[in-house]
Design a protein around this ligand. Structure first.
Ligand SMILES: NC(=O)c1ccc[n+]([C@@H]2O[C@H](COP(=O)([O-])OP(=O)(O)OC[C@H]3O[C@@H](n4cnc5c(N)ncnc54)[C@H](OP(=O)(O)O)[C@@H]3O)[C@@H](O)[C@H]2O)c1
Length: 280
């Protein structure tokens, strides 16, 4: 199959191109070649490249920045998804798109299923939910993968930040009252590969297995990176104010994905160790 990946220079986009490129004819584009917010650009690029599948890994991912730049955030995360959907709808092209655990409020207390009510508590989550709705309402042939707490070799992420800080500072303060599932982009790319090759459609939750707080994640990062001299103090969200509110508990139930493709993702600790061994 010919597959067009938008946002191929991003953290997830890069691993998607690598993974799908092992068996498919993959074309990667980023903002320089196709700014998805510009009306007509998605149509032009789809006509020029003739894909059977378009994977949209482009996004405005600065969660705190979204609070100050609502318009720019909605332009990329919502309106541009409409552009992609419209460009693909009449050409029978499947659209694969990514969303986030931040579409949920975090108040449920047990892992969120695909059909649980969405109630975002920050602008980023609102914009991603609006993007999901454009795709679902405008096309018939789509996959939306909601994932969470990503890290990978091609982007700014929490794991790299902690390793960097631990090399410079003797103690760290990390939030202990937000719980989620850290997820390696390589594993999401493999999951997307399975969904595309299995000709699946619909909404799927995809994260590494298990859950932890940012504090617990930090302890594991330092252990695996052999940086155990650093002191880590757990703090509450209230002690660590950010521009955007974050859900307290945004673990995703991934059993629909497992049932459909007959596989589960690795536990987060195993994926994290693999990443640190390879990259750091
Ligand atoms: N990161 C996470 O923890 C996380 C968690 C859950 C879900 N997700 C979702 O997963 C997907 C991938 O996230 P990521 O962290 O890999 O993103 P990322 O590293 O920020 O990459 C996004 C890419 O999109 C490009 N882009 C931005 N605006 C564009 C435009 N107008 N036209 C074309 N390309 C544009 C960016 O280019 P520039 O760098 O030049 O702006 C960048 O290369 C997103 O849908 C995100 O919402 C991410």
């Amino acid at each position: 199959m010919r597959i067009l990946v938008l946002g191929h220079r991003g953290m997830l986009g890069n691993d998607i191109v690598y993974r799908l490129g092992l068996v498919h004819d993959v074309i990667g584009m980023d903002i320089d070649e196709c700014d998805i917010t510009v009306p007509g650009e998605c149509q032009r690029i789809v006509d020029e490249t003739g894909p059977q599948v378009v994977v949209n890994a482009a996004a405005y991912t600065d969660v705190d920045g979204c609070e100050m730049n609502r318009q720019a955030c909605f332009a990329v995360n919502a309106d541009a998804v409409r552009n992609i959907a419209l460009a693909c709808r009449d050409r029978s092209i499947k659209v694969v798109h990514f969303s986030t655990d931040y579409v949920f409020s975090g108040m449920k207390g047990t892992p969120y299923k695909e059909d649980d009510e969405c109630n975002p508590i920050n602008v980023y989550g609102e914009s991603k939910l609006a993007g999901e709705r454009y795709l679902r309402n405008l096309t018939d042939n789509w996959i939306i993968v909601r994932t969470a707490w990503l890290y990978g070799k091609n982007g700014k992420n929490f794991v790299n930040t902690i390793v960097g800080k631990a090399k410079e500072e003797s103690s760290l303060r990390v939030v202990n009252d937000q719980v989620g599932s850290p997820t390696y982009t390589v594993d999401v790319a493999a999951a997307v590969h399975a969904l595309i090759d299995g000709d699946q459609q619909g909404l799927f939750h995809v994260t590494n297995r298990g859950r932890c707080s940012w504090y617990e994640l930090t302890l594991k990062i330092l252990e695996y990176a052999n940086l155990t001299d650093v002191r880590v103090d757990p703090v509450s969200t209230d002690e660590f104010p950010r521009a955007a509110a974050r859900p307290r508990y945004s673990v995703l139930n991934c059993s629909k994905f497992s049932d459909c493709v007959n596989r589960t993702l690795r536990f987060w600790q195993i994926a994290l160790k693999d990443y640190i061994n390879r990259i750091i």
